[in-house]
Design a protein around this ligand. Structure first.
Ligand code: UGA
Length: 445
């Protein structure tokens, strides 16, 4: 039997809202807190504020159980056994560093409400946000003797957020090193909350604060490096007539390398990898270790070059003049199964082409509504067929299965010129060419 705890989750974005609902689903009493009234109202009504497969079902179940609710009122968290910090740490507008204002504000708002539980135990504050190394110690000092701080980084992927929350690859506890009793209290409390997960044998690693913070950014840096590595190979393939998809498959058979995260294309985007590698570089600069992470600058450059490359290929293919040209962009979200537009390669490329004078029409199975609100200057079509009408070039920039399944014969009847740039290596190139399309697939002949 899972011991039931009372939990609060501060910040109800992709991370916090999913964490709150999943913890309630595990049997705990959970209150989610967010500063945005509209988001809180949506969540209380069982309406997910973002597209995340499986989330609406867990949310509905958790709300129906009576164990989950959301509020904007921080004082309502008083008396909870544990408080999870799940607010965002976006890139600062003026530098590469992480913007810590939300984390600091959450801890400051929480501090007066940290009171011992009914059993007289100190509340445990669990940091989940991705933060620069050194943050946990700074926050622990700020919390003082009102509670115990531990760091429990989150590794969830958008599109798989529910699965990754309840069935993660590993669980990491960053514990205070100077106070063994506090560390034991924190460890035992969180292990009680995660008991059903730990009983399934999910690996648990206990480390100090700094290691826990670094594990997260190291993992994202490694993933970003892997993607930029294969995209650098794509650049070489394009110059030599080689095929990067075959190259990736061949090197991926070596289990020291592995086949995952070797999909060449327009590169990585989203609210995590780009800003995390930049924040990591900024923190290394502060620590006097600029050289240690200098390679991440190259990882970032390779990634951004992929976007420029697609813009250049498009402009060149359209004869250098985009006025009066129709461009269809298949995809807007930074990856499929998400409506997240943060640092999306598809959006960046499409916007740039629109800025150069083309008429650009986006379509995306989930992100269309969000795109219309965020960028009213851009054209968004509801259906693929509508988006393809009269196109001089079609750019596939987010690999939704809906786009891979397009019938090239039918699509050809809609466009002005049957020309496709496959920025995600997502279509069957031979089938499209057989249907009369000129296809340019990144990193392939
Ligand atoms: C990433 C990490 O994968 C998670 O482990 C981490 O918890 C999360 O960031 C975070 O820090 O919160 P996410 O941003 O949801 O998750 O997306 P990924 O699946 O990592 O994809 C990131 C980008 O890389 C996408 O734009 C995707 O299209 C691109 N990508 C991925 C490639 O271009 N090629 C690949 O082979 C794989």
């Amino acid at each position: 039997m899972v011991p039931m705890a009372t939990l609060s989750v501060l910040g109800c974005g992709y991370l916090g809202a999913v964490h709150a609902a999943c913890m309630a689903d595990l049997g705990h009493d959970v209150i989610g807190v967010d500063v945005l009234e509209e988001k809180v109202a949506q969540l209380n009504n069982g309406v997910p504020p973002f597209h995340e497969p499986g989330f609406s079902e867990v949310l509905a179940r958790a709300l129906d159980s009576g164990r989950l609710r959301f509020t904007t009122e921080i004082s309502e968290v008083e008396g909870a056994d544990m408080h999870f910090i799940a607010v965002g740490t976006p890139q600062r507008p003026d530098s590469y560093a992480a913007d810590m204002t939300h984390v600091d504000a959450a801890v400051d708002a929480l501090r007066p409400h940290l009171v011992p539980s009914a059993a007289g135990l100190l509340p445990v504050v669990v940091g989940k946000s991705t933060v620069p190394v050194g943050t946990a110690q700074r926050l622990a000092d700020r919390i003082g003797d009102a509670g115990v701080l531990m760091w429990n980084p989150e590794f969830l992927r958008e599109g798989f957020a529910v699965q990754d929350t309840v069935d993660p690859d590993r669980i990491v506890y960053g514990l205070p090193t100077k106070d063994p009793a506090a560390a034991k209290h924190a460890r035992d409390s969180l292990s009680g909350v995660y008991q059903s997960m730990l009983e399934r044998g999910i690996p648990l690693l206990e480390v100090d604060y700094a290691t826990a913070e670094l594990v997260k950014v190291a993992a994202n840096s490694f993933l970003a490096t892997k993607i930029s590595f294969i995209n650098a190979m794509a650049e070489l393939c394009e110059l030599t007539g080689a095929d990067v998809t075959h190259l990736a498959e061949a090197i991926g058979h070596d289990d020291r390398i592995g086949p995952k995260f070797l999909r060449a294309g327009v590169g990585f985007g989203g609210g995590c990898l780009p800003k995390d590698i930049r924040a990591f570089m900024a923190r290394a600069d502060e620590l006097g270790a600029t050289q240690s992470l200098a390679f991440l600058r190259e990882v970032d450059s390779i990634n951004l070059r992929r976007r420029e490359h697609v813009v250049a290929l498009t402009v060149e293919g359209l004869g250098g003049d985009l006025y009066g040209k129709q461009i269809t962009v298949l995809g807007a979200a930074f990856k499929p199964n998400s409506d997240d537009l943060r640092d999306s390669p598809a959006l960046a490329i499409g916007s740039q082409l629109a800025g150069l004078g083309a008429t650009v029409t986006f379509t995306d199975p989930a992100a269309g509504a969000r795109l219309r609100v965020m960028r009213p200057d851009l054209r968004v079509a509801d259906t693929i067929d509508e988006a393809l009408q009269g196109a001089d070039v079609v750019l596939l920039l987010t690999e939704w299965s809906e786009f891979s399944a397009i019938d090239p014969d039918h699509a050809r009847t809609l466009v002005r010129r049957p020309w496709l740039i496959d920025g995600r290596n997502a279509v069957d190139v031979a089938a499209w060419r057989a249907a009369g399309w000129t296809v340019r697939a990144l990193g392939r002949p």
